[in-house]
Write a protein that binds this ligand. Structure first.
Ligand SMILES: O=C(O)CCC(=O)C(=O)O
Length: 258
């Protein structure tokens, strides 16, 4: 799909799929990273490897700032780009949790709400293993529905709603490993549990223009391209790779990695 077609589909539906973005060696490294995180954090559910873990994780920063991903989003938010959040939603075979219907913008303190998500497939993501589902067109007009906080054991989402969802209009967002989908912050989406025999790794990545202000104090952002704007947002220094503490990957000792 050409760049203009990607922009057009995203504007129309609130999401778009782009296959074959990262190479299969990097896909395998991503899968290894999730397995390594599982050993490092046996207390966490694999649907919940959140942004707080990225601060001391060179591979995570390397993957999130890959130029192939940044090239995709530049036409949407310009050339001064920061990563504002990242979260693995890895659904294990048979026991992977669902994600309730929600709009991402409801969870974020951003001013303005100028942000775009990439969902990177670390495994083939299909209806059988709980791929994302989106209700096309729900990003227009931009408005937020009231979400309820959730904290139950069957569902991986923290906040969700049932009203306003006409599930008959939902479409499966099928993404082969190494491909991505782009998602508008107002688009209504969720996903089913994984009851299949195949794991499903997804990595959600949220990118902002560096002029967008993160309203949570000292929330770590990472400059991916271009320039940061003075006093807007907090950019911690990158961790130095330490073999005893970090996941090893190709080029890990050659920061800034990409
Ligand atoms: O990975 C999933 O199943 C859901 C992801 C999601 O809700 C998101 O990217 O906001």
């Amino acid at each position: 799909m050409k760049g203009t077609e990607i922009v057009r589909k995203y504007a129309e539906d609130g999401f778009v799929v782009i296959p074959n973005v990262i190479d299969q060696d990097l896909v395998r490294e991503t899968q290894g990273h999730v397995e390594w995180l599982g050993k490092k954090h046996p207390d966490l559910r694999p649907e919940s490897y959140h942004h707080d873990l990225i601060v001391d994780d060179p591979f995570w920063i390397r993957l999130s700032t890959d130029p192939r991903l940044i090239d995709i989003i530049e036409p949407f938010i310009g050339s001064n780009i920061a990563l504002f959040a990242a979260h693995y939603v890895s659904k294990p075979a048979r026991t992977g949790r669902s994600v309730g219907w929600h709009q991402d913008a409801a969870s974020w303190a951003l001013e303005p709400m100028e942000v775009i998500s990439i969902w990177l497939a670390g495994d083939d993501s299909t209806p059988e293993n709980g791929c994302m589902r989106v209700i096309p067109g729900t990003h227009k007009p931009q408005r937020l529905f009231e979400h309820q906080s959730k904290n139950n054991t069957e569902n991986a989402s923290r906040s969700e709603f049932d009203e306003h969802v006409d599930e008959s209009k939902a479409v499966d967002v099928i993404v082969p490993a190494g491909g991505v989908s782009l998602l508008d912050p107002y688009a209504i989406h969720g996903s089913e549990a994984n009851t299949s025999d195949k794991r499903r790794i997804g990595l959600t990545l949220r990118y902002i223009p560096t002029t967008t202000r993160i309203m949570w104090e000292k929330f770590p952002a990472y400059l991916c391209r271009g320039k940061a704007v003075d006093v807007v947002n907090y950019y911690p220094s990158l961790p130095k790779f330490r073999p005893s503490d970090h996941y090893p990957f190709r080029g890990c000792d050659r920061a800034p990695w990409v």
